[in-house]
Design a binder for this molecule. Structure first.
Ligand SMILES: [Zn+2]
Length: 112
């Protein structure tokens, strides 16, 4: 379960940025192509932080759907079925433009 090691690295980053302040909410964006299960991540977060200052914090995961862009015709479409073919011209010269995010967007901290 790689969610556990992911959680560990999120904890590291959060600890560094919070610098001792109480963390309320950690906002995380995860692309759908990352093969990370948001629910599992939230579960691991609670489990890992049970006896730490982060026990009262909440991990809020926003899932970003995958998207591709066709280079020749510039059409952007969602990557619903993992098909790397342009729906407009049928071309396969496409690039992934969304879905690979892994980003802590905001930390909600308690007032100092
Ligand atoms: Zn195209």
């Amino acid at each position: 379960m790689h969610e556990l090691s992911i959680c560990r690295s999120i904890v590291d980053i959060v600890d560094r940025h919070a610098a001792g302040r109480e963390v309320r909410i950690v906002h995380l964006q995860v692309g759908a192509l990352r093969q990370i299960v948001p629910d599992t991540l939230v579960y691991c977060w609670a489990l890992m932080n049970a006896d730490t200052p982060l026990a009262s914090s909440e991990l809020r995961v926003e899932s970003i759907p995958g998207a591709i862009r066709c280079r020749p015709c510039d059409r952007r479409q969602s990557l619903a079925e993992s098909v790397l073919i342009c729906g407009n011209c049928g071309g396969q010269d496409v690039e992934i433009v969304a879905g690979e995010e892994f980003l802590i967007t905001t930390l909600d901290l308690a007032e100092a």
